[in-house]
Structures are given as C-alpha cells and as structure tokens.
Design a protein around this ligand. Structure first.
Ligand code: KG4
Ligand code: ZN
Length: 340
C-alpha cells in the first residue's frame, strides 16, 4: 500500500511516499530555517509563506524521486496538529485536495505520535507496550503506548520544552539558532562537571519536566561573571568558558530526561523505550539513555538521524498503521494547533 505523507506543522515543508508503513520511497524536506535565523526563532508568517511557495515543488519532487504517478497512491496522511495554525492549513489543504481528486482516503496524524513512530520504521520494531519519550522544540512528553490506537500522556513539561531550552540558552550565550546543534558542538570541547547547573526533578513521583529554572540559572551564571562596568554590556564576559557552560547545561538537560524516562519505564514495567523528536539527535542524550536503561534490561529505540527532525515519512508510516486499524478522517477534519 502506497501512502503519501504531508507535514507542514512548523518550518519544514515535507512530502514523502512510504510503502506499507516502513519502506521509504522518497522523503523530501524543504526547510525555511535559514529565513528564521536572524530572528532567533521561527516566525509563523514567514514559515507559512514558505510552505505556500514550496509545497507543490516538494510534492512533485517526492513523486518523481519515488518513481510513481499520483494515481498509484492509496492513502493520504497529513499532520493536523500540534503546530502553527497557518502552516498546518497549507499542508492540510494540499492533502485534502489530493484525497478528493484521487478518490483515496485521508487520515489526520498527530505530529507528536508521528515523532515516536519514526523510531518504529525499522525491520524489527519494538513490541507494544512501550514508553515513548518525545523531545522536540515545542514538546517534552512521556507516553505509555499500548498499541497504535492507545497513547496515554504520563509526563509533560510544565514550562519550557527541552528543545526550546537549548534554543533560549543558545541565545543567552550569543550562539546561533537553533541552539541544540551548536550547544552540542560547543559541549564537545567542554568539561560537563566544571559548572553544576540545577536539575529540577519536581515532586518525587512526578513524571513531569521543568526546564525554565535551568535556563534562568545559566542566565544568572553569565550575569554573575560581569563586572559592574560591564553590567550593561550584552557581550559574554571574557572569563566565561563557553564550552564548559554548554557542557554543564547539556549534562543537566540529559540528566533530567534520562532520570524521568527511566522512572517511567520502571513504573510501567516496560522493556522498551522509544524516543523521538529533534533533541534526540543529540549524541550525549542517546548514549546516556541507552546506558542507564540497559542496566534495568530496557532497550532504547531511536529513529534514524534523518527521521528525528520534522519529516513526512513518519507521517505516512503512521498513517498506514492507523489505516490498517480502521481509522479514516473526514475531509472536514479541522487543524488542531494545540493537539496533544
Ligand atoms: O522535532 P523538531 O525538528 O521540531 C519540532 O517539532 O519542534 O525539533 C527542533 C528542536 C530545536 O529546539 C533544536 O534546537 C533541537 O530540536 N535540536 C537539538 C539538536 N538538534 C536539534 N537539541 C539538542 N541537540 C541536538 N543535536
Ligand atoms: Zn516535530
């Protein structure tokens, strides 16, 4: 069964063709990231305009690369939330128009669930049930997943998402957007134990996250290094070793994510943790999660690096699995920017 996936929830315009949920024929992603860099974050209006300009081109490319014709497609799957309203509208308009004109079913896909499905696009995916950890720019969630139709949120961030914290701390450190990759790069040359930033584990049994205190701690660490004469200056003081700050900060984020994921797996008595989202590209996080959970006999599953960021292959893949379970969406399905 050939599924065409569409994803336009944020700054990536993406279309993919996937066979039977796992075989990726094409996975085209056009990012507008370069247009947002100067603003230090995604500008919804610019992202939306970029989707409108590129979506047909991306669709054509996905069809050509897959060496198929539009009438070969059996199902259309598209992210209908969470995401930016204007951006979601572009992808959903395309997906619904294709579904109508080709006379094939349409399924609306949850963006966060698709990030977890990305790790299942392998020859031997883990068995249900599993705990899912989604760490992206907008979300930090723990799920208990019984099957494709049963996703229960068991932990969420109470303030900033982990990726958002990387981005905001990068801004404090005068590094470029997005913060995750640059902080990881800086941290490679740093000592993660030189500066101990606070870890917020919240109440003992809570699986929720909180990162805003950590972000503030980095801000005060930098401000504290400024002499009176330089207090008004926005420059980073000369005696601050950015590498050590980045390494200490990354260590704190990773410690929190690993501890909560471990607790969730023990609580739910599962043998598999499935991770997804942009922050899961981080090598330190991958190593720490794998090592800590291995001790308890829990296997950690990550998506291929290309499937961590927003893409449409994971959307098409999950669409196939839901279709097999009898799910269909009406063309009247509305976008849900705040869907969880
Ligand atoms: O999943 P994603 O591509 O988009 C959203 O749905 O949000 O995630 C983007 C986030 C950004 O906050 C970015 O800084 C973060 O993922 N990120 C990373 C790394 N690469 C991207 N965070 C930490 N380490 C990385 N290597
Ligand atoms: Zn995403």
């Amino acid at each position: 069964m050939l599924v065409l996936g569409v994803e336009t929830s944020c700054d990536e315009t993406a279309v993919a063709i996937v066979k039977n949920g796992r075989k990726v024929f094409s996975n085209i992603v056009a990012s507008s990231l370069h247009l947002h860099k100067q603003y230090g974050g995604v500008v919804p209006e610019i992202a939306t305009r970029h989707h409108v300009e590129l979506i047909n081109f991306v669709l054509d490319k996905a069809i050509k690369k897959a060496r198929i014709n539009l009438p070969d497609i059996d199902l259309i799957a598209c992210v209908y939330g969470p995401g930016l309203a204007g951006a979601l509208l572009v992808g959903n308009s395309l997906a619904k128009a294709l579904s109508f004109s080709l006379n094939v079913p349409f399924i609306g896909i949850n963006h966060i669930q698709a990030h977890l499905y990305a790790a299942l696009m392998k020859e031997e995916p883990p068995e249900f049930p599993f705990v899912g950890l989604v760490v992206s720019g907008g979300h930090t969630n723990l799920f208990y997943v019984k099957n494709y139709l049963n996703w229960k949120i068991i932990g969420a961030t109470r303030d900033d998402a982990a990726g958002e914290t990387f981005d905001k701390v990068a801004k404090i450190l005068k590094l470029e957007y997005p913060g995750g990759p640059v902080i990881e790069q800086q941290a490679k040359e740093g000592d993660p134990h030189k500066i101990r930033f606070p870890r917020s584990y919240l109440e003992e049994k809570s699986l929720d996250f909180s990162f805003s205190g950590l972000k503030t701690a980095v801000f005060y660490y930098i401000s504290g290094k400024k002499t009176n004469a330089r207090l008004s200056s926005s420059a980073i003081p000369e005696d601050v070793r950015l590498n050590d700050v980045a390494a200490g900060f990354q260590e704190a984020v990773v410690d929190i994510l690993v501890e909560k994921a471990y607790n969730a797996c023990i609580l739910k008595k599962v043998k598999h943790l499935v991770a997804g989202g942009g922050v899961v590209r981080n090598h330190k996080l991958r190593r720490s999660l794998t090592n800590r959970l291995k001790g308890a006999g829990i296997k950690v599953h990550f998506p291929h690096q290309d499937l961590c960021q927003d893409n449409a292959a994971m959307v098409a893949g999950l669409g196939y699995q839901l279709y097999k379970k009898g799910i269909r969406s009406q063309l009247s399905l509305e976008i849900q920017p705040n869907l969880l």
